[in-house]
Design a protein around this ligand. Structure first.
Ligand code: ATP
Ligand code: MG
Length: 384
């Protein structure tokens, strides 16, 4: 009896002509997620089977597959020959000790000597014979024993369907550049967009030495968490220290965050062009903090020349974001207390509803092109 994992995929089946391509990307993503662990992945009539793995590492394999977008559900099954004695012993092993059950048989192999009803009846009867604590209930059973007779003379026997990550395979919806800060929100925003099939690269701005090296390590750790879902991610790290110093020296301090945001967007767009990203993604949520107003968004959008800005968290409350952040495994890292560059030179009274004409007047005091190009010169990249 061999342990295997049955993978059922999510919305891919909706994609008509592109289906083959979606499936290939999906299979590559599963392969990447299981890299370093012995296994084989085979496609079997509309689903995949993970086979030939070390059974002691089943949990680790499931943990990794849990992060692959496109998986609708999965089951750990026993694979046996399509022989009633072997099917029975597999059914006995997946069956609970006590309770009500029913058998559901699916027979892809139409040449098998018994039909689905007969198989279910015989295996059910034999289970009742060996365990008096079991009872059949076909309407509302405590558990179901599934028997799946394949065309190749094997049968898969299992009792549970686990929910997969859902969504679309990463790489089937283009590529985006996530502005990642070290806070709670941006990794969640990246995760949401990756779930819809987008590949993600990240960009982080720091103001070393005002922000320290631990803050940088923290962002690398967060990007690592994200990259388990995105099948790898490139992190671009850029210094904006000189920009903040110039704003501090020349402009009304209340505009620090507003002006810095505009620089971040400009630089991010340039990096996006360089890495082939088709949109920017931020972790902004409407009205969460002073700078996250619709006027603030208008101000930062107005410096972007070509790309859309996705803000998937706009409609979420903080506690909803925290819940997601815990679920994806980024929360504990995000709450480590290191400073973000937005907290350096933070004004006492930041403008909340900046008027574009006032922003432009402040910005006119700076050599924007020069500051952007100096920032681009500071680029470092880390592959995760
Ligand atoms: P987060 O929890 O993601 O830090 P936040 O609630 O602290 O978000 P802000 O600090 O206002 O919000 O930042 C809003 C968004 O701007 C962030 O979600 C992120 O996308 C981007 N951002 C802020 N600071 C940085 C940074 N240092 N590097 C890259 N992006 C940043
Ligand atoms: Mg922040």
């Amino acid at each position: 009896m061999e342990k295997v994992i049955i993978i059922r995929y999510a919305e891919i089946h909706l994609k008509g002509k592109n289906r083959g391509w979606f499936e290939r990307v999906f299979a590559v993503n599963m392969e990447r997620s299981l890299k370093g662990l012995k296994h084989e992945i085979r496609r079997h009539s509309g689903r995949y089977l993970v086979e030939n793995f070390d059974e002691n590492r089943t949990e680790e394999i499931l943990d990794r597959l849990q992060k692959v977008f496109g998986i609708h559900s999965y089951s750990v099954a026993l694979k046996v020959n399509a022989d009633m004695d072997e099917i029975f012993s597999a059914a006995k092993s997946v069956c609970s000790e006590i309770g009500t059950f029913k058998i559901e048989t699916h027979r892809a192999d139409k040449t098998f000597k018994m039909n689905s009803m007969q198989i279910s009846a015989e295996i059910g009867g034999r289970l009742l014979d060996v365990n008096k604590n079991l009872k059949v209930d076909v309407h509302n059973p405590d558990f179901i024993v599934n028997i799946d007779l394949r065309e190749n003379g094997t049968a898969l026997v299992f009792n549970k369907f686990y929910k997969g990550a859902g969504g679309m395979p990463v790489g089937t919806s283009g590529k985006g550049l996530l502005l990642i800060s070290g806070g709670i929100d941006s990794p969640v925003a990246g995760h949401m967009i990756a779930k819809r099939g987008m590949s993600i690269d990240c960009i982080h701005f720091h103001s070393y030495p005002y922000t320290n090296m631990q803050a940088r390590e923290k962002v690398i750790e967060l990007t690592k968490v994200l990259s388990a879902y995105t099948c790898g991610t490139k992190l671009n790290i850029i210094s904006v220290t000189h920009i903040q110093e110039e704003i501090h020296k020349n402009c009304n301090g209340d505009y620090m965050v507003t002006l810095l945001r505009r620089f971040m967007m400009r630089i991010a767009e340039r990096i996006a062009e360089k890495c082939g990203a088709q949109c920017l993604i931020t972790g902004e949520s409407l009205a969460q903090v002073a700078s996250q107003t619709v006027e603030g968004m208008t101000s930062s959008n107005s410096v972007i020349e070509n790309l859309p800005v996705l803000r998937p968290l706009c409609g979420f409350d903080k506690d909803e974001i925290i819940e997601r952040s815990r679920a994806i495994g980024s929360y504990e890292i995000s709450i480590e207390p290191y400073e973000d560059c937005c907290t350096v030179f933070l004004p006492k009274h930041p403008v909340t509803r900046p008027k574009l004409s006032d922003i432009l007047a402040e910005e006119a005091k700076l050599n924007v092109d020069k500051l952007v190009s100096e920032a681009l010169d500071s680029l470092e990249t880390v592959l995760l």
